[in-house]
Design a protein around this ligand. Structure first.
Ligand code: NAD
Length: 490
């Protein structure tokens, strides 16, 4: 259906009623009434409510915990083959329902429909991979050759409490749920209340794929109250969180009270090191798709562009030209290449970062707020940014690229490693020696060399330092939810 968006005056393909009714999933039942009422979900492109999500009270959280405890003792004994088959079926259902899920995702998060469709497809691939890993939970054995046989078994750790953010509202729940279920664990998950429909669609796909009651419980609520309650419960054996470093530290403190194993995937502030033995203008054009993906609201988003002196200006010119050519509009509109920021907090965070960088001498080449009714912020390039600028130290988590020059390898590695973050980095060089040396010197969990990719559904995703610990996805993504047991037999 086509309509005219009155705020911007351009044609909009916005459907009139595509956002679904939402409920919590507790012990196999869809619960529409939250003990703590409802919260509305806002579309960041039009600043209008599109739906509501129920908020759980303590009684409902306790029901979810009891269901996770009971179902764990059944699910852990379901054969890996059957667990795997159920997850594969759910992945297939996501693919079948991609159009509908992606539309709701764009309405709640703002990202262009093409990115939402990619996110559904990638989430299904992640689930398929982890489903395969369910069947590879091998242990080991050893013996002294005469009297003793030692067996090392792998077992599910127990019921999991998981908390996921709004920026990848399907990928992150998919990694946590599929990893836990593949290992034989049950889970209580609290997806972000601002982007609930994507996660609920995953819950529905799992139910339709034959998920036994109580194995996945999905609740919404006040984040602090829910996380405190769930993590304190003796039922929970493992905590998994993706979000900001600030909240991650709080979650880790809560989990440490019960000595509960924890996985944290937190913020990043990715450096991009561009040497003058590479085609800087070509790197600039490649960088656009990565920097402005999800309007820059990605923990691995390339942000600090360190460009060797001689090619810095070429890079800035090519990058700014390509960035200003991006079509920024409602993510549901045909041709949208970047949508609005996902919420008011991100929008409000941008201007102070830009102002501070300019006060410290940076050149604002392009970018700034857009006057079109939603949380639209144009692709922004700040050149020659001082290391002391706030944006060089705080994760912008928005469509802001910062450039700065460097001379020597040691100098740029030290500057790249300067922050407490350690998630992702990117290196561009024509020298095999530099390509071998620099990635090894960077204090991060993932490095892209001569491109902006960081693995796929078959590899882990995670960082070091204050970007967190543990890893999600890949074979390690199942190991996160397993414990080992040693059995020493005479
Ligand atoms: P925030 O720190 O308020 O919240 C981050 C996430 O944690 C949200 O999903 C929120 O619902 C959840 N949360 C907040 N308090 C919680 C609690 N006490 N218990 C459990 N969950 C809780 O920040 P925000 O404004 O939503 O996002 C901005 C910052 O968060 C960004 O600067 C970025 O660093 C970070 N972030 C990182 C990721 C990631 O992929 N690692 C994702 C989203 C946000």
């Amino acid at each position: 259906m086509m309509s005219i968006d009155l705020r911007s005056g351009h044609e909009s393909s916005r459907p009139t009623a595509a956002y679904p009714d939402l409920a919590m999933l507790i012990d196999g039942r869809w619960v529409e009434t939250g003990g703590r009422g409802i919260r509305s979900v806002e579309d960041p492109a039009i600043l209008a409510p599109v739906g509501t999500v129920p908020l759980a009270d303590e009684r409902q959280l306790d029901e979810a915990l009891a269901a996770a405890a009971r179902s764990f003792n059944q699910w852990r004994h379901v054969s890996p083959r059957d667990r795997s088959a159920m997850l594969h079926r759910a992945a297939g259902l996501l693919r079948q329902r991609a159009e509908r899920i992606a539309t709701a995702m764009t309405m709640e998060n703002g990202k262009p429909l093409v990115e939402s469709l990619d996110e559904v497809a990638f989430s299904a691939d992640i689930i398929d991979f982890l489903a395969g890993e369910a069947q590879r939970a091998y242990g080991a054995s050893t013996s002294d050759g005469a009297t003793r046989r030692i067996t090392l078994t792998v077992e599910p750790i127990g019921p999991v409490a998981a908390f996921t953010p709004w920026n990848y509202p399907l990928i992150v729940p998919a990694r946590k749920i599929a990893g836990a279920l593949a290992a034989g664990c049950s889970i209580v998950i609290k997806p972000d209340e601002e982007t609930p429909a994507s996660a609920v669609a995953l819950g529905q796909a799992l139910v339709d794929a034959g998920l036994p009651d109580g194995v996945v419980n999905m609740v919404f609520g006040d984040p602090a109250a829910v996380s405190e309650h769930l993590i304190a419960s003796p039922v929970i054996r493992k905590v998994s969180f993706t979000g900001s470093t600030r909240i991650g530290k709080r979650i880790a403190a809560l989990a440490s009270n019960g000595a509960k194993r924890t996985m944290l995937e937190l913020g990043g502030h990715a450096p991009v090191i561009i040497f003058d033995d590479t085609d800087a203008a070509s790197v600039a054009r490649q960088a656009i798709g990565s920097k402005f993906h999800n309007a820059g609201q990605s923990c691995g988003s390339p942000t600090r562009f360190f460009v060797q002196e001689q090619v810095h200006d070429d890079f800035v010119a090519a990058f700014s030209e390509a960035a200003s050519a991006l079509t920024v509009r409602d993510g549901l509109d045909d041709g949208a290449q970047m949508g609005p920021l996902a919420n008011r907090r991100r929008f409000d965070a941008m201007q102070p970062l830009v102002d501070d960088a300019r006060d410290r001498g940076a050149d604002l080449v392009i970018g700034g707020p857009m006057d079109r009714g939603g949380h639209f912020w144009a692709p922004t390039v700040l050149a020659g940014v001082d290391e002391a600028a706030r944006a060089m130290n705080e994760e912008p988590f928005g469509p802001i690229a910062l450039t700065s020059t460097f001379r020597e390898v040691d100098e740029v590695v030290a500057r790249a490693n300067r922050l407490p973050y350690g998630l992702a980095a990117y290196v561009f060089t024509g020298s095999a020696a530099t390509a071998a040396l620099v990635p090894r010197a960077l204090e991060v969990g993932m490095v892209g060399v001569n491109h902006f990719s960081l693995g796929g559904e078959d590899t882990f995703f995670g960082g070091v330092k204050e970007s967190g610990y543990g890893s999600e996805g890949g074979p390690e993504g199942v190991g996160e939810y397993q414990v080992r047991k040693l059995i020493d037999e005479a």
